[in-house]
Structure formats: C-alpha cells, structure tokens
Design a protein around this ligand. Structure first.
Ligand code: SAM
Length: 271
C-alpha cells in the first residue's frame, strides 16, 4: 500500500467514526475497496484520498449518505437469535404492564428484525387478543437510508430471502411473488420506519417497553458504546427490557440493569 493509500484509509476511518461511531479496524482495506468500488467508479473518484477530501469538505450530502450506507454492515436475518424471540413471547410480553406495548428495533437494517418482532407479536396476540388491548407498536430505525428503503418496501428476493423463516411462517405472513417474498399488511401495519443515528446527539423517540439493539454497539469504540448504551437505557421504561447481540454486554450499567435469562437467551431489565 502506498503512503497515499494509507493516508486515505486513515481519513476514511476518522470519517466513519465521526459520522456513525463505527470503528474500522486495521486490515479491512480489502473490505473497504470492495464496498466502495462501484460508488467511486460511478462518481469518477480516483482514490480514497480524493473521496475523503470530498467528505471532509461536505461537498455532497448524497455522497456522505452513500458512503455510510456502503460501509455500515447490514447483515441480518429473520428471527436471528431465535431464543431472543422465545424469551420475548414467553417471558417479556407477559410481564409488560402497559396496555399498548412499544418496541424499538434500533439498527433494523433491511427490516427482517422489526418484521420478525411483528410476527412474534402477532403470534402472541393470536393466543389471546385481550392480553394487550392497545396492541403493539414497533419503531424501526437505522442510519443507512438504502437499508431503510428496502425495509419499507418489505419485499425480499432471491435464494436467501427466507433465511430463518419456517415454512409455516413463510406461508402465513408473506405473499410469494416469483422468487420474492412480500410481507403481508397485517405484519407491516405495526411497524414504522425512521432514519436515526444512534451516535448522533439527543433526538428523543420516547420510551419503550422493549428495545432490540443487536449486532451494532459492538462496532463502536468503548466510550461511544457507553454513551449509546446510556441513552438506550434512558429510552427504556422502568421494568423494560433491552436485548443486545451475543458478546455485546452493558458493562458498567449494573446499577441500572438487571440481567435476566430464559431459553438460553439473555436480556437486561431496567431497574
Ligand atoms: C449487522 S446489522 C444488524 C441488524 C439487526 N439489528 C440484526 O441484528 O440483524 C447492523 C446495522 O447497524 C446499522 N448502524 C451502524 N451504525 C449505526 C448508527 N450509528 N446508528 C444507527 N444504525 C447504525 C447499520 O446500518 C446496520 O443496518
């Protein structure tokens, strides 16, 4: 790598950490090159130095969004960590006292997580609709605009479209269109999508009974992670539950959170 390339890579690291909190470790040069190649070709940008100069000059908000979209790792699946959903339905929803439950899928990527939450809620309510007379409302947010656009479309195509779905759920909650699966209205209508940067200031979204914020805080540097976790806890109602990804632990918040386990899953209940 030339010294120019190294300088470009370091500048991109600084940009991503400042804009989205994401820490791009060393040794990810190939990942960066492959994720940004088509965008740079399209925009006729010759190298990372030029790209980061344009980002720093704030020349184009669209370029900024496109780089964040390309570099945020949107990997997701239906019912990812199935034990979390079992715990939600068997232990968490029955413990919620509100008549209308508010759930936040914070970092929802292309929508599989909030729609899985909506399916889980549907199945819970089918058991006894009187359990939550006010129903369930799901707010789904992400920093990546392209992921949110796909999430709002709610149509998933190709061989991996149904990854994580049982045949029964696929038939019950989706309409098949060729090799695509389209989420049915009864599942969509509970979910509201909105762009939101977890590391960006103090926008207020209200308080929630349940927050799923999985496979994202692990990308943040320690101090940033603490700030984000602190804000997530503030957004939980007392007695509300926080679900994080495996290996994402709310260190330093023992006074605020009590660890609960069920079905082999762990969640954190706000005291
Ligand atoms: C690996 S995906 C996880 C998706 C889903 N939560 C799951 O567990 O399947 C990480 C998501 O975090 C989003 N993300 C990254 N940094 C973010 C930030 N600062 N604010 C909000 N979302 C962010 C990315 O755009 C991406 O969609």
């Amino acid at each position: 790598m030339s010294s120019q390339d190294v300088a470009g890579y370091l500048a991109l690291q600084r940009f991503l950490e400042g804009a989205a909190g994401i820490v791009l470790g060393p040794g990810n040069e190939h990942l960066v090159a492959s994720r940004l190649a088509s965008l740079m070709r399209e925009q006729r940008i010759s190298d990372l130095r030029e790209l980061t100069r344009m980002l720093e000059a704030r020349a184009s908000p669209r370029l900024r969004t496109a780089v964040i979209d390309a570099m945020t790792m949107g990997d997701t699946a239906w019912f990812r960590e199935p034990a979390h959903y079992r715990m939600l339905v068997d232990d968490v929803l029955p413990a919620v006292s509100a008549s209308r439950v508010r759930i936040w899928s914070a970092a929802c990527s292309t929508g599989q997580e909030p729609y899985s939450l909506s399916i889980a809620a549907q199945e819970y309510l089918l058991g006894d609709p009187a359990r939550l007379p006010g129903g369930v409302e799901i707010l789904a947010t992400d920093i990546a605009q392209a992921a949110l656009d796909e999430a709002r479309r709610g149509v998933y195509c190709g061989a991996l479209a149904g990854r994580g779905l049982s045949d029964e759920r696929r038939q019950r909650y989706f309409t098949a269109q060729g090799d695509c699966l389209s989420v049915r209205n009864e599942i969509r209508q509970r979910v509201l999508f909105r762009q939101f940067n977890l590391t960006g200031g103090i926008q207020v979204l209200g308080q929630f009974d349940v927050i799923f914020c999985r496979h994202v805080v692990g990308y943040f540097a320690t101090e940033r992670r603490r700030e984000v976790l602190g804000r997530l806890i503030q957004a939980l109602k007392p007695g509300g539950f926080l679900f994080l990804g495996p290996g994402e632990v709310p260190d330093g918040f023992a006074a605020d959170l009590e660890e609960r386990t069920a079905h082999g899953a762990t969640a954190y209940r706000r005291r």
